[in-house]
Design a protein around this ligand. Structure first.
Ligand code: PRT
Ligand code: MG
Length: 216
């Protein structure tokens, strides 16, 4: 049995075409069913639905053989025990620093002030500001980072941005682009050895589908 860990929502939706290219069709709709284990048209392939931030952990400890996870999540996890063969170019966005539109970020950085930064991405934020030589107090949040500068909890946030509409709706502006983000295929290293043929088949089919997309 091959177990693939996916999170519901954008990653699940954008993975379906890649699975199809590998001859795998998920037989249940996660938005309609409450099941956490989904069967596929391949009797030896199943999908488990886990929280996005739990995908690397499931694959690291062998709860799943493969998984698909954002580079953001992977960097926070650290990637221990994970083989990362492919950038799938899905669920794309960027990770940025944003502040209230009336906050003078450039001056704060220039004057060497200590910035209060709220984020779910503490590892990425710590590394980014350390490389710039900016002193920060990091405040770990689990959701709605946009609220932090509006309530005075923080001067700045480090968060994912896609269209920019969420920032705009909350009078926040992007002041630094930290990096581009897309989702990766991750594989359990032991599973790769023990179940080499079926796992290779999936990796190769994904790679072929990506190459075809790149040509189009
Ligand atoms: O939602 P939950 O708390 O369960 O977990 P999650 O937020 O980690 O999962 P999910 O499914 O929302 O995101 C999974 C992955 O999708 C992330 O790890 C990213 O790699 C990727 N991704 C791509 C995004 C976005 N685009 C995105 N726009 N993840 C989140 N967002 C959020 C962002 O955090 C912000 O609140 O959308 C909002 C900004 O969107 P715009 O379009 O208004 O700029
Ligand atoms: Mg989310």
């Amino acid at each position: 049995m091959i177990t693939l860990a996916l999170s519901k929502g954008r990653i699940f939706d954008e993975t379906l075409p890649l699975l199809k290219a590998a001859g795998i069709e998920v037989l249940e709709d996660p938005e309609k069913s409450r099941k956490l284990i989904l069967t596929t048209n391949q009797p030896d392939v199943r999908v488990v639905l886990v929280r996005a931030t739990d995908v690397p952990t499931y694959v690291q400890y062998g709860g799943a053989d493969l998984g698909i996870t954002g580079k953001d999540t992977l960097l926070e996890h650290g990637g221990d025990g994970l083989y990362q063969p492919l950038d799938l170019q899905i669920a794309k966005c960027r990770i940025s620093v944003a502040v209230r539109s009336d906050f003078d970020y450039a001056s704060a950085v220039r004057q060497g002030s200590r910035l209060k930064v709220a984020t779910k991405y503490v590892a990425i934020a710590r590394e980014f500001f350390a490389a710039k030589g900016v002193h920060v107090d990091l405040i770990k949040l689990y959701g709605s980072m946009e609220l932090a500068p509006l309530t005075g909890l923080a001067d700045a946030i480090v968060d994912l941005v896609s269209t920019g509409n969420t920032l705009k709706a909350n009078q926040l502006v992007e002041v630094e682009h930290i990096m581009d983000i897309s989702s990766r295929l991750v594989v359990n290293q032991a599973a790769l050895k023990l179940k080499q043929a079926p796992i290779r088949k999936i990796i190769d089919a994904f790679a072929a589908a990506l190459a075809k997309q790149a040509q189009a």
